[in-house]
Each structure stands twice: as structure tokens, then as C-alpha cells.
Design a protein around this ligand. Sequence first.
Ligand SMILES: Nc1ncnc2c1ncn2[C@@H]1O[C@H](COP(=O)(O)OP(=O)(O)OP(=O)(O)O)[C@@H](O)[C@H]1O
Length: 273
Amino acid sequence: MSAFVAPGDIAARRTLAPGEVLLAVDNVSLSFGGVKALTDVSFDIRKGEIRAIIGPNGAGKTSMLNVINGFYHPQQGRITYCGTVRKRQRPSEAAAQGIARTFQNVALFKGLTTLDNIMAGRTLKMTRGFFWQCLRFGPALQEEIAHRRRVEEIIDFLEIEHIRKTPVGKLPYGLKKRVELGRALAMEPELLLLDEPMAGMNLEEKEDMSRFIIDVREQFGTTIALIEHDIGVVMDLSDRVVVLEYGRKIADGTPDEVQKNQAVIDAYLGTSH
Ligand SMILES: Nc1ncnc2c1ncn2[C@@H]1O[C@H](COP(=O)(O)OP(=O)(O)OP(=O)(O)O)[C@@H](O)[C@H]1O
């Protein structure tokens, strides 16, 4: 097991046991003008689980992730995180509380190397100001060394040593997704949100990414919520699945329960309700 185990000072403040509710979504509704992206959606994410959010195109999955990480503010409903009802907050505040995410379309600094992109994920953890960072002297230097060590551990964990000095713009898509996962892990999140982590991947890349997601949970105790269109992957990976359609929750349960749910079958076959 890697030395990179402690999920950070945030986790130290928490006493949640595996299986306790880490994040609760209660009666959340979100509209964009006349478009109702989410209507009265409630579900929870328990500590240590892999939770999938699925549904047909336009069902509201990404909107839900954006509400959870503070990018969108719902007109109704509330989010409770670690037992505290959350006030309106920005993504940076959610990140500081231990919520990290990756994006549907890879969002990396294309001109920077793998190493520097993952290092960028450490920004939140840096305690020395910009002045000291520039001087690279004394305590700032010590801190930078510690951050670099942590980043190297993540690179080892994700098996991307061979591309650590490669500008990410030159990498194939599957590896870019892995670097993006690395950058999110650099934040040592308590809750990791993955928006279509396997999109555009071939079978082998999907198997690799599935293995890394499971290992992140096993080794770091990170709770994971993911959106994924590949239903086979979702059913293999997830402990529980919430299903959205037209912004409403239509099912919630184990992969087995959800697969047998008639509303889910109809939604995926295109039957209108
Ligand atoms: N910023 C926005 N402005 C206006 N409408 C939006 C915005 N974001 C999402 N929507 C609308 O909200 C609804 C839900 O979109 P969302 O992207 O959350 O769905 P999704 O399930 O993630 O879809 P997909 O699987 O295609 O990514 C859609 O009708 C979409 O057009």
C-alpha cells in the first residue's frame, strides 16, 4: 500500500464510519430559465461507497454533480455534507471541504506536463503564500518538497511514471483521463465526483480506469460518486445506483434492484411515461 493514505486534515475532523451518510441531497430542484434540470431530487451518498448517477441524455446528471460541488445553486432543496446543512458556496469552498471532481470533457492544462498538472491539484494544500513559493526558500521549499513527494506517490499509484514529463496535450485520451484523476486525487478528497470517467475509452482503458477507481476507494477510503453511460461498467463498479430521467429520480438501489426496475427499463428503451 502507498504511503499516500491519509485523506488529509479534512478527514481528521470527521468521525463518520463507513456506511454513514456523507452527503445528502434533499428535495433539490434546479431550473435554467424555463428548463427544469432537476425536480425534487433526493438521495444520499454514504461514506466509502461507490455511488453511480445514471440516466439518459439530458436527465440532469451533470447538473446534479454541479450542485454537489457548488457550481450550481438549486432554487429549492438542500445539501447536507458531513452532517451540516451547507450554505450557498463556491466550488473552491466545496473543494476545501474535501469535494473534488473530474469533468466530462477533460479539463487539464494542455501545455503543462503530467507532473505539473497533478501538482496544480495540490494548490489547495499549500499553506505558504505566493511570495514564499516564488522564493522557494526555507519553509516554502520544505513544503514544496513534501507536495512533490505526494504527487510522485499519486503518479506511481496511477502507473503513469512514463509520462510524468510529457505535456498532457500530447497524450492519448485514456491517459489524459488518468492524469485528470491524478489531479483530483492530489486534493486528497473525501468525496470524489467523476463525470463520465470512461467516456471515449476502449475496453482495455475502461478496465484500467475501473481498477483505479476501486483502488482509490480501497487504498484511500475515498467515497466516489460517478456518472457513467456504460451500464455494464456501472453495474460492476457501483454499490448503489440512482437513476434520473427528465430531472426526476425514477429509481434508487443496488445495481440488481435498479436493473429490474420497470421505470428504468422503460427510460433506457425510450418508453414515454
Ligand atoms: N447551463 C445550462 N443552461 C441551460 N440549460 C442547461 C444548462 N445545463 C444543463 N441544462 C439543461 O438541463 C437539462 C439537464 O442537463 P444535464 O447536462 O444535467 O444532463 P445530463 O444527464 O448530464 O446529460 P448528458 O448525459 O447528455 O451529459 C438539459 O435539458 C440541459 O439542456
